[in-house]
Design a protein around this ligand. Sequence first.
Ligand code: CDP
Ligand code: MG
Length: 671
Amino acid sequence: MDRKDAILQHRTSLPIASVEMRLVDEVRKHDTIIIVGETGSGKTTQLPQYLSNAGFCFDGKVIGITQPRRVAAVTVAKRVAEECDVQLGQKVGYAIRFEDVTSRSTRIKYMTDGLLLREALLDPILSRYNIIIVDEAHERTVHTDVLLGLLKKVQDTRLQKQKLDKLDLNNLIQFDNGSQSSNTKLTPLKLIIMSASLDAKGFSEYFGGAKAFHVQGRQHPVDILYTYHPEPDYVDATLIMIFQIHLEEGPGDILAFLTGQEEIESVDRLVHERLKQLPEGSRNVLTVPIYSSLPSEHQMNVFKPTPVSFRKVILATNIAETSVTIPGVKYVIDTGLVKVKNYNPVTGMESLIIVPISKAQSLQRSGRAGREGPGKCFRLYPESEFWKLKDSAVPEIKRCNLSNIVLQLKALGIDNLLEFDFMEKPSREAITNSLQQLYLLGALSDDCKLTDPVGFQMARFPLDPIYSKALILSGEFKCSEEMLIVVAMLSVESIFYSPREKLEEARSAWKRFSSSDGDHQTLVIVFRAAAEYLKKIKAATSKTKAIEKNLNRWCSDNFINNRSLKHALDVHSQIKRHLEQIDMSLSSCGDDMLQFRKCLTASFFLNAAEKQPDGSYRVKATGQNVQIHPSSVLFRSKPDSIIFNELVQTNQSYVRTISRAWSPGLVSYYD
Ligand code: CDP
Ligand code: MG
């Protein structure tokens, strides 16, 4: 069977295929519908194709599908382009922050929910779209929640506008024989909310009793096994489990749920180390990592068929719960944990923490083992713990810093946030905190309006407000080249890679990059060293493979995470392009470190802290007590006042990515 036949067979065998006509019909009849269907039933890949084939893309209109995660948007678009037998970026494309693979001919556009929100800034009625599908709505990311409220408004506005246009047109026809026909092109916005959770009631109520459809999935029985006792080290327990399954269970791939890139990479390494100790015949294991910031060249690996007689071990974050369905999985290892954003409304600080998943998530995870046949799920926690889990996770809007959202809604003209129609309202405290933060950053005026030009500029930057402000300020301080590097490096996960067993070696390798001014300058030095090296190898060879191999070697010699570094290089060039588009010229402060420190202080003064007599630090804005994280270059020197970019909560509160503050500058903000 050739590839095309195989794809056709795959498509027609998906559960959603049997209800194609009915779904198309319902979308014709209703402006808003909710589709609930088990993961893997074909919602994300098939529905947009059905609608496009049914003629919903007339007059060049587009079907937009939003995803909470970049990787999902990219991999699904690639898959659908292949299914439609078109080049990616033509009829089927995707757009995520810093990457737009669409063209004028794109009719099916996958994107992140955050990106569609940004598009609304340029086109508030989203006039290019006939249909918007909000996928993975059960994830309830803050962007999805805001988008739902906004889309409801856009639907209304478009209906109103359509009525008005008709009236106008009738009047105009008397004078001018209908030459305004382009006005009639505005159609009602059709909204489809898709979710993998069986509870559609909340969405239906929010959308005035919208109809919900259930797509039957195919689920085989899954044996659930628990541990007798809680596992003190879940990473180690995951490793043991992987090998136990590999050596004792029948064929079938393994999917292990971990919490983040660093952890996944360390399990990946440890699996390969331990494999070496197995007899030759048992080493047939292939590991594939998947997490949100995975560079695009590795993303599709997870879908490649497992080579004959090999066992694939997929190491994933909660991205594989519902966003991305990977074929071939028979065994699931569930650590019961997930990394989420957490927001402290008292201090106004956001941090990432690892927390227990919800019952709904743990059911989704075990479900992944029974897609193609009976499977097994190994939960690395006792059954009694399962019953203690929350039914479903708290929506992100209740546990994140809202500055970015507030800024964007303000830019959209939504001034009174307390009256915005949220599915679940964020707390008054969280809104007030973000308003205050934006005011201090200069994005809002005394009467809480967006400032011109700073506030408007900040709203257009595809970055957190604090970083947008830093870039704007760096123009004034003539160190925008340095700040651009800092922002790019802070947009990716852990640049430094520190294997437990080689920590000393790693530390001495990093010494050659470290700056006594702090971690920001250190990041600049690393970035420049990498860019310099890259330039050198590119001058010597033009072969992509050779360049990649050399860069990887440079990274491993220097204990730098190669995937993160490549991501940072990529983000750097994207932001640079954005700066060029807004005519901001780049300048470097050269060796004038004081200038850079002044700029860092002016940019991150909200995160300033002062040393206390006991060597800990007190965050000036909130009074919180914190320690310098041991990974910082300032861990030993402990300057009197610092600014920092990250707060890490473990049993202690640590701050990371720190620089010496320029104290006279701080005085002007605080005293
Ligand atoms: O959205 P939903 O979970 O209902 O399913 P989907 O993402 O549309 O996936 C339907 C099928 O396509 C599944 O069997 C996936 O394994 C497969 N798929 C794939 O092979 N490669 C991709 N890049 C995406 C999906
Ligand atoms: Mg899906």
